[in-house]
Design a binder for this molecule. Sequence first.
Ligand SMILES: [Zn+2]
Ligand SMILES: [Zn+2]
Length: 212
Amino acid sequence: MLQYQTIPVTPFQQNCSLVWDDQTRQAAIIDPGGDLDVLLGAVKQLGLQLEQIWITHGHVDHAAGTADLAEQLQLPIIGPHPGDQFWIEGLTQAAAMYGFPPARAFKPTRWLDDGDTVTLGSHTLQVRHCPGHTPGHVVFYSPEIQRAFVGDVLFAGSIGRTDFPQGNHEDLINSITQRLWPMGNDTVFIPGHGPESTFGRERQSNPYVRGT
Ligand SMILES: [Zn+2]
Ligand SMILES: [Zn+2]
């Protein structure tokens, strides 16, 4: 069975998630934006064997700890979509601008595209490309536990900002309605910031996507 725990990191309280197999303890970490000491403490406390880093998009609060973590533990970096390469290359500058600890760019071991899958032990998660907030944003979906890790595409009661370079509101709405909603109303999503919700609840009550 797949399990997960979400740990808010960085001054932006970004929801980094640990995902693991409860038998083998094999684990992946989604969006290690910073506070690596806290994250590695949780890995140790949970008795996990961290094997992979999965990245939803190249924003500093999601990706700034990636290079250091990958180097420290010799982990592969999987994702995001190549559309976010310019964000990853700008991580050093973004970290300085937002008052984060020094950060480095990195080269993903594997870029992701819509329809790809990632695997953790015997578990498979689906990858959907969800541009709009950033052009290379991806989300990770586990049909097995009916959970989607959606980064900054959708939040409980809100949606991702689209006023960054290469952001696009229409693309974001299309990503939400065409790539998230088909995962089902009962699917719980873990957003990049704030509390979890379900797609069904957002379709009913989120003012940005209500009735879509
Ligand atoms: Zn973002
Ligand atoms: Zn964010």
